[in-house]
Design a protein. Structure first.
Length: 221
């Protein structure tokens, strides 16, 4: 495997920190000079980084899902539904089948975080309807992923594979958040009688405040 060209690395570095759409054409042009293996590895990494460390809103959404039932099986089941949903809308948006404006998508993403956190407070246990809610919100979050990815673009010689690898990176990022939360909190405190009172409610309230602020900010600014 050939090393990445310095110009490619420089373009990606500037893109990640400035997120300027004016760099998109240059970056894609450089990426198309790379091998398919290099491109796949790069988009896998970019997808992962879109969650960790850059995707604070998506991290809070996953944590909101985790808090109510801090067991691996329920949260992975919810994460799978979320992934299936955001895969659908990410693909549709990147192929320009749907083009919702970011001014609508971004407030909806933060609003979805707030609603899930609210459910944690008002519901003492995980309900069967949660999976449908998660799927619905996954559709919205997929549009957010597409908005970020479209700023950079995808190389035409590896369009589908890059899209798939980016999505896989997102999923790996979500699973990392879940496993960290489980081994730090769920495994040790999830079954304790104080868990809901001292962990679920305070953490959900904090998430509601943050997501509520984001929602207002994204609507009016």
């Amino acid at each position: 495997m050939k090393p990445l060209h310095f110009k490619t690395v420089l373009c990606l570095f500037v893109f990640l920190f400035l997120s300027s759409s004016s760099w998109a054409h240059v970056i894609v042009g450089e990426l198309e000079k790379m091998s398919k293996t290099q491109t796949a590895a790069l988009y896998l990494k970019l997808g992962y980084q879109h969650i960790l460390p850059l995707g604070v809103d998506h991290i809070l959404f996953v944590l909101s899902l985790f808090l109510l039932s801090p067991k691996l099986k329920p949260i992975i089941f919810q994460s799978t539904a979320f992934t299936v949903a955001h895969t659908i809308t990410l693909g549709l948006a990147m192929y320009h089948i749907i083009t919702p404006p970011a001014k609508i998508v971004e407030p909806l993403i933060s609003f979805s975080i707030m609603l899930v956190a609210l459910e944690n407070i008002f519901s003492a246990k995980l309900k069967p309807t949660r999976i449908g809610v998660v799927f619905l919100f996954g559709l919205v979050h997929g549009l957010g992923f597409a908005s970020s990815l479209s700023q950079m673009g995808l190389p035409q010689n590896a369009y589908l594979s890059s899209l798939v690898m980016f999505n896989m990176g997102v999923e790996l990022g979500q699973l990392t958040v879940i496993l960290i939360a489980f081994f730090l909190v769920g495994k040790w405190f999830g079954q304790k009688p104080f868990y809901r009172r001292l962990v679920v409610v305070p953490a959900s309230l904090l998430i509601i405040l943050i997501a509520g602020y984001w929602t207002v900010e994204r609507i009016f600014y």
